[in-house]
Design a protein around this ligand. Sequence first.
Ligand code: NAD
Ligand code: LMR
Length: 328
Amino acid sequence: MNNPVRVAVTGAAGQIGYSLLFRIASGAMLGPDQPVILQLLEVTPALKALNGVVMELQDCAFPLLAGIVTTDDPMVAFKDADYALLVGAMPRKAGMERGDLLSANGGIFKPQGEAINAVASRDVKVLVVGNPANTNALIAQQNAPDLRPEQFTAMVRLDHNRALSQLSAKTGKPVSSIQRMTIWGNHSSTQYPDLSQTTVDGQPALSLVDQSWYEQEFIPTVAKRGAAIIEARGASSAASAASAAIDHMRDWALGTPEGSWVSMGIPSDGSYGVPEGLIYGFPVTVEGGQYRIVQGLEISDFSRSRMDATAQELTEERDAVRELGLVK
Ligand code: NAD
Ligand code: LMR
C-alpha cells in the first residue's frame, strides 16, 4: 500500500460532489493501492450539508479513505494537495450558454489559483470542472505563477465520453471498440467532436456513418448534450460529470493504455495552429503522469474551420476575463 495522497475537492456538498467523493474514496480514481485524504472546500453556508456528506463517507467504511478535512478556507483545502478538483461554481440554467457564467464564476478561480500557488504540492495536478471550465482553468493557472502552466487542465472528458457513446449507439459496436476520438477546443457548444481519426474495430468511423449524420446529428448532439440534460432533468449533469472527472484524473495519474488516446483541456503549446496559452481540448497520451499532445494528425479544411471557431471563442473568453482583471 502506498502512502496517502491529498485530494482537494471544491464544491464538495454540490450535486457533482455527491457522486464524485464516493468514487474517489473507493479507489476508482487512483487505484486500489492508493489511500486518499479528502480535503473538502465549501462556502460557509454549505458546511452543514457537507458535514452530512462526510457522515455518509464515514458510513461507507472505505478501506482507502485515510482522512477527511472540511473547510471554507482555500488555504486549508489546498494545503499540500497532490490533486485538486475544482468543481465548486454555479451551474447554468436552461437557455444559458456556459460562457454566460463567466462573470458569476470567474471570480472564484482567482483566489483559488492563488491559494493553490501558495500551499499545494509543487506537483499538484489540477482539474477544473466548474463552468466555463476552460477559461476558469486559465484564471486559476494565471494566478499560480510558481507552478508549471501544464499543471492546470479543464474537463472535456464528458464530451469525449458522450461522443463515444453516440458513435457506439449508431454503429452498434461497444464503446471499447472505439479508438482515437478527439474533442477539440472549448467545453461549450463550439467544441469540435472529431471523427476524422476515429476507428471502430479498426475501421475508419467515417466509413461506417454518413457525412450528413456526422455533421447534422452527431456533432450537435454531443455539443448540446449538456443543455439537453438540463432540459430533461431540470438540473445539469452530475453523475456523468463526476464519472468523467474520475476518468480524466485516473488517466492523468496512471496513464493511457498503449495505442489509445483521450481528450483533455490543456494549455496549448501552439500545436495544430491553436493559439498558445489557451486551455483547449486536444488528443493526448499520458505516461508517467505527463500528458503529450498526439502529433502528426492530418487536419482537413472541415476540421480546420471548426478548430478555429472554438479557438476564437476561447480567445474572446480570455479577453473578457482580462477585462474583469482576473488574468493579466
Ligand atoms: P451545484 O450547485 O450542485 O454545486 C456547486 C457547489 O459549489 C455548491 O455546493 C456551492 O456551495 C459550491 N461553491 C460555490 N462557490 C464555491 C466556492 N467559492 N468555493 C467552494 N465551493 C463553492 O453544482 P454542480 O451541479 O455540482 O456543478 C458544479 C459546476 O460544474 C457548475 O459550474 C457546472 O456547470 C459544472 N459542470 C461542468 C461540467 C464539465 O463537463 N466541465 C459538467 C457538469 C457540470
Ligand atoms: C454539461 O456539459 O453537462 C455541463 O457542462 C453542464 C452544462 O451546463 O451543460
